[in-house]
Design a protein around this ligand. Sequence first.
Ligand code: G16
Length: 542
Amino acid sequence: MIRTVATTPYGDQKPGTSGLRKKVPVFQQENYAENFIQSVFDSLEGFAGTTLVIGGDGRYHNREVIQIAMRMAAANGFGRVIVGQGGILSTPAASNVIRKHGAFGGLVLSASHNPGGPTEDFGIKYNIGNGGPAPERITDAVFARSKVIDRYLTIDAPDIDLDRVGTFSLGTTTIEVIDPVADYAALMETLFDFAAIRAMFAGGFRMAFDAMHAVTGPYAVEILENRLGAAPGTVRNGVPLPDFGGHHPDPNLVHAKELHDLMMSPDAPDFGAASDGDGDRNLIIGRGIFVTPSDSLAMLAANAHLAPGYAGGLKGIARSMPTSAAADRVAERLGVELYETPTGWKFFGNLLDAGMATICGEESAGTGSDHVREKDGLWAVLLWLNILAVRRESMKAIAAAYWADYGRNYYARHDYEAVETDRANALMAALRDRLAALPGTTVQGLTIAFADDFSYTDPVDGSVSRNQGVRIGFDGGSRIVFRLSGTGTEGATIRVYLERYEADPSLLAQETPDALADLILAADEIAGIGRFTGRTGPDVVT
Ligand code: G16
């Protein structure tokens, strides 16, 4: 029986870089999740009788919200809901299921790389029919609706058994509980040379994959160990846990330190990788070498033709603005267009749909292609494995050859986390005020060539996104970018992105902090980070 339930709005349901992310107790407030989900449905048109995909990364509160969402989808008139067994679907797998099954859209329940647990983070994101995150015109409409919402629709029915694959009913709506891994693994087999990778593992190639007790565990075990023959135990921390084992499921050098230390040890495996809470990010480490996400994007783009799915070449490459310019040189060499977008995977969707780009990437450990409309952690790992299997060289050798050929973009991101929002806003406002005066001035011996606030005009639909981050460019190609994160749930996170291009062959093997030393000092001098935040250094360096 469909029921209309009266509710009152919350004022804080503005989707950020990637959906609505809040602490679990916020989501546990009366009707909080219901309000947001109904606001999503109220912002969509023409979905009666169509299919909605629902899945999440298995974090704390996932199962509860999935039951709520299924009931509301049924009450709002969806004809079919496809949900992953156990409530699980990695973000790229959800994107694939939406596309493969011709769904109207999907709800992805995740706070990605943020920690999980009763007092940690939860999130809800709506993806459209192309499988990608909703564009701003929809997320703006959702926020507007959430501010005035006065009722939601649900249905009185017992919980669906999410642990059993099968078909169930909620009122007149069909609920299909599917194996979350099968469709995704099948897609990967179409893109990569599984036989070559299998032969490499059979030849003694060793790998460590850290699933961080998050959603990629079952995917990685099935693909790497079962289908590709990697040794049992290759996948570590492979059982998804609601609190990710108490860890932060962010595959960077801070939170995947164990993997990093292993890969730098004398007995390191040949290849190391990790993925995040919802499986869309990746960390790539070769024996004795860490490759930044920006470099990984460039190296993957330069070698993608070695994988069957990309043998025909790339249509274009897209990267987010703060991502290093390494991929730009690959695009130039390939004679294809390079697109620079604001931070947020949603900005790649139009380019991919229009066939203008094949490979996309972000400094925040996200890489992907036109096979889905989300970034895809395991995809990046498999493309690397495919390249290694064909080239039969170590990652270290591949990276060194790449830098010798293209030059190296030394790169780091410094994060100042949980800064008081007012202070962070004041820092950015002061910086924006000074933009016009900066060009031509010298800081730490570096001359500022340009200073602006990044604005993006989507080449497909003409939509404009302003204030996407302050860029300070120096003579010689070095760059500092300042922006506030759109994914945090506590105060503000100031991100400072530092980049220096080096083509001198004798300077390609420096330690990154040394190569960036003058830029790090310049960043503080230009933005007054210490003065505004009272901090003496960043909380996280990636
Ligand atoms: C999300 C977005 C990414 C973005 C990242 C960081 O990733 O999908 O496109 O690069 O957030 O954003 P911010 O710098 O605003 O925190 P994820 O993996 O959290 O979904």
